[in-house]
Design a protein around this ligand. Sequence first.
Ligand code: ZN
Length: 158
Amino acid sequence: MSLELEELYQEVILDHSRRPRNFGELAKTDVLVHGDNPACGDEIHLGVQFGTNDTLQDIKFSGHGCAISRASASMMTTKLKGKSRREATEILRAFQGLVTGEGTEQSKQLGDLRLFQGVRKFPQRVKCAMLAWRAVEQALAQTPGEATVSTETGLSNP
Ligand code: ZN
């Protein structure tokens, strides 16, 4: 492992990848999104239950993948749980900007998620880090039901 790559696996990320938070299945799921990152072999099944005032009342994920994809999903669910759709979308855009290096959004609200900034040097790792976020982007965009997203296709062009 290169020194640069080692910097990615900081303590917080390792901890989340080993003991993912919000891992499992929801008792009640409004939207279920299956995400796939064939470049690495990561898979995620993201369940969201929306609350009465349009919040992400509960959010859980299952599946398997590399440390980065698991940690990203774990930290994402921790961050987005209880947030409104609007807040979740803002955080999603900020995170996307952070890992791709293309964002102009403020990253203050990202907190620990800023640790993922290092992945922007590794395009394959950006896909790993973004998988869960693409899944939640789809979940936010659709009406109740099930959907599939992949890092190899754009959301607007499935
Ligand atoms: Zn991966």
